[in-house]
Design a protein around this ligand. Sequence first.
Ligand SMILES: [Zn+2]
Length: 205
Amino acid sequence: MRPRHHPSADILAAYAAGTHDQGFGLVVGAHIEACAECRDRVGAFEATSGAALIDLPRAQLESGALAQTLARLDQSRSEPDAMDARPLLERLPLEAKRWVAPGVWVAAVDTPHASENRVYVLSVGKGGLTARHEHSGAEYCVVLKGAYRDELGVFTAGDFASAESDLNHQPVVQGNEECICLFATEGRLKPQGMIGRVAFALADV
Ligand SMILES: [Zn+2]
């Protein structure tokens, strides 16, 4: 099924330019793998920025700009491995699963990221819900398996969600299987209620 929730144009443009924080590009790339529409949009941004570089007067380019651009291209290419046909969930280098509540596990993704950020996979069992929480910074999420619903709608495999620091939500798993999502989170989540605080502390998110 085609994804219904996509990254914003700003997020796709940043992906094309390779300017996301490490780990956040991985989440956008996971959506792009599943979404032909966004692949085309990223391709269009790449073509436009390439044309803009050609048009730019030489004097405006900082020294080292080409090397930086090439390094960014390498970085964005190295994120999802396009040659490996296995589902992304099987390709992600996951650290040990930590069970944080009945039917709920978290595993960090072994990928470079800023020390204050988190990149991880969360699995919540059928019918489960996460503790209501607020965000202290940006969060990108892509659904790898199953579905969840929150105040913003229903999200199924391939769908992308981004949250800003003012979002307060409580996702609930939909359907007959667990819901597994890949997250990149800036700063720490702020759970509400004691059970949420204990679970989030165990999960180290
Ligand atoms: Zn898309």
